[in-house]
Design a protein around this ligand. Structure first.
Ligand SMILES: NC(=O)c1ccc[n+]([C@@H]2O[C@H](COP(=O)([O-])OP(=O)(O)OC[C@H]3O[C@@H](n4cnc5c(N)ncnc54)[C@H](OP(=O)(O)O)[C@@H]3O)[C@@H](O)[C@H]2O)c1
Length: 294
């Protein structure tokens, strides 16, 4: 078997074009969704990510604002910026790019963001709502994007055994909660595996849908899969590759070549989950703007 490739890149482009229409209509009604991104320090990867997020936001017609602060910014200064954005009626979504410099307590900053503007979905109020099965909260972009990608590619999780490898607060945990949710995109039977799982292959072989979010290349190989499984690879890892211009390439957590021989469908890296995450940031911002309007 050779798996169908689920192109997150194409599905995300479709979502962006739908959002562009939506935003156009909202603007005619006098509502322009506003996204503010806050970047602290000079981490090159963070600069690239924030740049892409702002470009996406402008492309779909948002008002987008980027606030860039120096590496030596202290916690109080950043808290002040967040509070200013909380109070600004033109800002519907706030994204504080992680990681933050070591002198700043990330959880204090994330908790300072107004939960209604928390388009990353990392605020404890939003995570709590997700855990409680309450649909009013914002949902973290990566798991939300994965559900959307599965639905749009014809792989509804309902009634399936979804296995999630990884239990981080930004991916694995909310992913499991979304799969568990009653309603569209949920209603799966869910298993979560992590670094202390005794026999990972025995767990992954039970999956109808397998989501891998670990951060280590080759964590899942083809021999750990049952034929026909749908594989979603969240991992983004740099591996050395002297044949490329940059000297490295990006790979996921799943060994793509062996997995594609066994799976019925698989997401590539790059071009799979990443673009969906970015598209969901836009959707979360539109949702926040609509909720604000009431
Ligand atoms: N494409 C995107 O949009 C996107 C978004 C977010 C993240 N990512 C990527 O996804 C990956 C995971 O990110 P994250 O933030 O969730 O990472 P993380 O916070 O480091 O969490 C990794 C998880 O994997 C588990 N784990 C580690 N080694 C394992 C093993 N050998 N077997 C089973 N589980 C193992 C850890 O278990 P313990 O809890 O026991 O330590 C942990 O729960 C990274 O490559 C990241 O770059 C991509």
């Amino acid at each position: 078997m050779s798996a169908t490739i689920i192109s997150g890149k194409e599905i995300a482009a479709e979502i962006r074009s739908e959002l562009t229409e939506r935003v156009k209509a909202l603007k005619e009604e006098g509502l322009t969704p506003g996204l503010a991104t806050v970047l602290v320090g000079d981490d090159p990867a963070s600069h690239v990510y924030v740049g892409m997020k702002n470009r996406d936001a402008r492309e779909v017609g948002f008002e987008s604002r980027q606030i860039t602060l120096g590496t030596d910014t202290d916690e109080d200064e950043l808290l002040g910026v967040v509070q200013g954005l909380n109070a600004d009626p033109e800002v519907h979504g706030i994204l504080v790019q992680l990681p933050l410099p070591p002198q700043i307590d990330e959880s204090r900053i994330l908790e300072a963001v107004d939960p209604a503007k928390d388009v990353d979905g990392f605020h404890p109020v939003n995570l709590g709502r997700l855990a409680a099965g309450d649909d009013r909260g914002q949902v973290p972009c990566t798991p939300r994007g994965i559900v959307e990608m599965l639905l749009r590619s014809g792989h509804d999780p309902e009634g399936k055994h979804a296995v999630v490898v990884g239990r981080s607060t930004i991916v694995g945990r909310p992913m499991a909660l979304l799969f568990l949710r009653k309603g569209k995109g949920g209603n799966a039977t869910v298993t979560v595996a992590h670094s202390r799982t005794a026999d990972l292959a025995a767990v992954t072989r039970q999956a109808d849908i397998l989501v891998v979010a670990v951060g280590r290349p080759g964590t899942v190989t083809g021999d750990m899969l049952e034929p026909g499984v749908v594989v979603v690879d969240v991992g983004v890892n740099r591996v050395d590759d002297p044949d490329t211009e940059k000297g490295y390439r990006l790979v996921g957590d799943v060994d793509f070549e062996s997995a594609r021989q066994v799976a019925s469908a698989i997401t590539p890296v790059p071009g799979g989950v990443g673009p969906m995450t970015r598209a969901m940031l836009l959707r979360n911002t539109v949702d926040a703007a609509l909720a604000r309007r009431g």
